[in-house]
Design a protein around this ligand. Sequence first.
Ligand code: FAQ
Length: 315
Amino acid sequence: MSNEEKEQKFQEQIDSNGHIEPKDFMPEGYRNNLIRQISQHAHSEVIGMQPEANWITRAPSLRSKQILLAKIQDEGGHGLYLYSAAETLGISREEMIEQLHAGKAKYSNIFNYPTLNWADIGAIGWLVDGAAIVNQVSLQRTSFGPYSRAMVRICKEESFHQRQGYEIMAKMMAGTKDQQAMAQDAMNRWWWPALMMFGPHDTDSPHSKDAMKWRIKRETNDELRQKFIDKTIPQAELIGLTVPDADLKLDKKTGRYAYGKINWEEFHRVIKGDGPCNKQRISHHIKTHEKGEWVREAAQAYKQKKVKKEQVLTA
Ligand code: FAQ
C-alpha cells in the first residue's frame, strides 16, 4: 500500500469511530500530537499531587486526611497509566521526564497556584477535578485506543474526587462566617484558572484543527469550557457561593451562561513558567526524582534477576 492509501485507511478507521492501536499505521503528526498531549496530561497528574500534598498533615480530621491521601494516590496512578499509554507510541518515560525537567513539556496551568488554606483543597477537588472530568469524559472517546481506555478508568476515580471537593466546600459554607469567607476566597482565586484549564479559545488553539480531524479531541476547548461553566454555576449557587464574574448571564432558552473575559495574558505567563509556584513545582519534582533513583535501580535489578531465573528454569 502507498503512504497515501495508508493515510486514507487510517482516516476511514477514525471516521467510523474506530480505535487506532499502537502497532497500526499512523501519520507522524498524529503520533507527535498524541505524545505531546498524553505526556503533558501525565505530567499534570503527577505535578498536581504537590498542591494537595501540602495539606495532608493539616487536614482537619482523620476522615478528611484518609480521603485526601487516597485521592492524591489516585492522581499518581493516573500519571502512571498515562505515561504507559504514551510509551506505546515510542517515547520512553525517561525522555518524557527529561522534557518536563528541561521545560520542554508543559503541565496544566492550574498546578502553579498555591494552596493557602483548607478551602483550597475543596476548590481543587470541586473545580479542578470537575474541569478535568468534563475534559476527560470527552476523551474517553478519543481515537487512540490506550489513551481512551486509560480515560475510562480515570474518569471513575475523578468523579469521586469532584464530590470530595464539593463536600468540603458545602461543609464550609454551612459553617461559621469565617469558614464561609475562606470558601468564597478559594472560589475567587480558583475559578478563573480553572476556566483556563480548557486551553485557549478555539480560534487561538493551534493544535485543535488536526486534533479534531483525527478525533484525538472530540469536543473543542470552548465547547468543553462552556459545559463546565453551565454545570458548575448551579452547584455554586446551591451552597451559597458567588461566582466571581460580573458578566455572567444565563440564557434561559439554551440554559447556557455568557461569561466574562478570561485573562489570557496571565494564562500565557503561567504556562511559560512565570506563575506563582512554577519554580517550586519543578524543583520539587527534580529533587524527588533524583532521590528515587535507588528505587528505580532496585526495581530494574529485581526484574533482571527474575528474567534470569525464568531463563534457567525453562532451559
Ligand atoms: N495548561 O492548541 P492548544 C487534572 C498549551 S488533569 C498548560 O489548545 P491542545 C487531574 C498547549 O499544551 C489536568 N498548557 O493545545 C488532577 C499548547 O502548548 P504546546 C490536565 C496548556 O493540547 C486534578 C498551547 O497551550 N488535563 O487536573 C493548557 O490541543 C487534581 C496551545 O493550546 C489534561 O491535560 C493548560 N491548561 O489542547 C490531578 C487533559 N491548555 O504543547 C491532580 C488532556 C493549553 O504546543 C489534582 N489535554 N495549553 O507547547 C487536553 O485535553 C489538551 O491538551 C488541552 C489543550 C485541552 C489541555
